[in-house]
Design a binder for this molecule. Structure first.
Ligand SMILES: NC(=O)C1=CN([C@@H]2O[C@H](COP(=O)(O)OP(=O)(O)OC[C@H]3O[C@@H](n4cnc5c(N)ncnc54)[C@H](OP(=O)(O)O)[C@@H]3O)[C@@H](O)[C@H]2O)C=CC1
Ligand SMILES: O=C(O)CCC(=O)C(=O)O
Ligand SMILES: [Mg+2]
Length: 419
């Protein structure tokens, strides 16, 4: 396979997906990465360095990642002209199956649509998986951050997030408003002459496949509940249907039994025999409860926009998005990705926390079946934080901390990896 601008490393092979969905991972593996815009250029080299050292320490040279840079955002515009999400970038992720990316800039209001969202759509990465858990010693605004241990499954392709919208006073918006009012009888558009229109989609197939993954994750990881979070009292046929499809799926495919009169239900974990409760919460009740009684939430399954907000808000209880990792998953491809954005005011200053990128890579190592290297990374991060050697975001809330740079934090993690 040859590409226009992507240089394939001279050594290393591809991850291959077996017919049963498991992965064959060569010991010398090529992993594509997108550096990202803004602070992506600060955090991603630090992430690669930490990962390389962890793999070297864990496998003593028997395993190695051969990094292959692929381009999106500014790095693509520099090489491919106007095409900031080149087709060969998407193709390379398909070809190599497992990849990792830094954040990419999306302007507000006009301008280009999100390349982050475009990658999710073009690769059918329908699960956005964002685990939120406490690392001992991280400064937190809450009294018991150790009670936070949630795994958010966010639907990644539908909802208003898909960006089907038309500007106010455009021909398209006018035509749609006319259709809504005169054909469908929608009488509640407050200012029809000056309204922009956005479309919210929610499908049964899209909701079910996301909720199926969340329930299966709860079974595989012996978790105690899956909460379907929605705003179904107001958006009945989109958010409300997400909830109903979730309960139907739990009963139909996982044999869930109603608790009392329902709709809450429970599944017996076939491996551990423990109960997994399937329940739901309305979004504006979920957020304060997640803050006040986080132990009540374990695995969360939710719609796209909700999941975007929740994953950032819940992360704030355990240190903020600077340390919040994530993954975008299809049935075959995995694209690991930080939860935060490009933080442009800090770009190029070797300043921000590389923790989110490093923990995204830690998730990637587990996905590849290299848990020993992942464990070394976690041990290094935990030790650096407990020694209060941290980047600015933690230092400003941690009395007695020693503040280090982005690359400095990477080095402190490496220094503390067990031998
Ligand atoms: N998946 C992606 O690629 C994403 C891309 N984006 C894009 O990023 C751009 C900027 O978005 P913006 O809304 O400013 O959000 P950002 O997440 O980029 O930044 C918001 C704030 O979060 C904190 N923060 C972000 N990254 C770190 C880090 N690594 N370490 C410590 N703190 C951090 C900083 O807080 P403080 O000021 O308190 O120091 C920062 O000012 C936009 O174009 C947006 O579309 C946004 C989210 C995801
Ligand atoms: O695509 C973007 O610019 C923002 C995406 C985002 O905030 C997210 O997925 O969490
Ligand atoms: Mg976000």
């Amino acid at each position: 396979m040859s590409y226009q601008h992507i240089q394939v490393p001279s050594q290393g092979g591809k991850v291959i997906v077996n017919p049963d969905g498991t992965l064959q991972v060569p010991d010398q593996v090529v992993i594509p990465f997108i550096e990202g815009d803004g602070t992506g250029k600060d955090i991603m080299p630090v992430m690669r360095n930490v990962v390389d050292v962890a793999i070297q320490k864990a496998y003593n040279g028997a395993r190695k990642i051969h990094w292959m840079e692929i381009y999106a955002g500014q790095s693509a515009a520099d090489r491919y002209g106007q095409t900031a999400l080149p087709a060969e970038t998407v193709q390379a992720i398909k070809d190599y199956v497992v990849a990792i990316k830094g954040p990419l800039t999306t302007p507000v209001s006009g301008g280009i649509r999100s390349f982050n969202v475009a990658l999710r759509h073009q690769l059918d990465l329908y699960v956005c998986l964002r685990p939120v858990r406490y690392i001992k010693g991280v400064p937190s605004p809450v009294q018991h951050p150790e009670r936070v241990d949630m795994v958010i499954f966010r639907e990644n392709e539908e909802d208003v997030y898909a960006g089907i919208e038309f500007p106010a006073e455009s021909d398209q918006a006018n035509a749609l408003i006319d259709f809504l009012q005169n054909t469908l009888g929608a009488q509640d558009i407050r200012y029809p002459k000056t309204s922009a229109i956005g479309i919210k989609t929610a499908s049964r197939e899209g909701s079910e496949r996301l909720i199926r993954k969340a329930i299966q994750y709860a079974i595989d990881h012996d978790r105690s509940s899956v909460t379907l979070v929605h705003k179904g009292n107001i958006m009945k046929f989109t958010e409300g249907a997400f909830r109903d499809w979730g309960y139907d799926l739990a009963r139909r495919e996982f044999g869930a039994q109603l608790i009392d009169e329902g709709p809450w239900c429970r599944i017996k974990n076939p491996t551990t025999g423990r109960d997994i409760v399937i329940k739901d919460a309305i979004a504006d009740a979920f957020l304060p409860q997640a803050l006040l009684r986080p132990k009540e939430f374990d695995v969360i399954a939710t719609t796209n926009l909700n999941g975007d907000y929740f994953s950032a808000a819940v992360a704030a209880q355990v240190g903020g998005t600077g340390i919040a990792p994530g993954a975008n998953l299809s049935d075959s491809v995995a694209l690991f990705e930080v939860t935060h954005g490009t933080a442009p005011k800090y770009a190029g200053k070797d300043y921000v926390n590389p923790g989110a990128a490093i923990l995204s890579a830690e998730m990637m190592l587990r996905h590849l079946g290299w848990p020993e290297a992942a464990d070394l990374i976690v041990a290094g991060i935990e030790a650096a934080i407990q020694d209060k050697v941290v980047t600015y975001d933690f230092a400003r809330r941690l009395p007695g901390a020693t503040q280090v740079s982005c690359s400095g934090f990477g080095q402190e993690i490496i220094n503390r990896m067990p031998t």
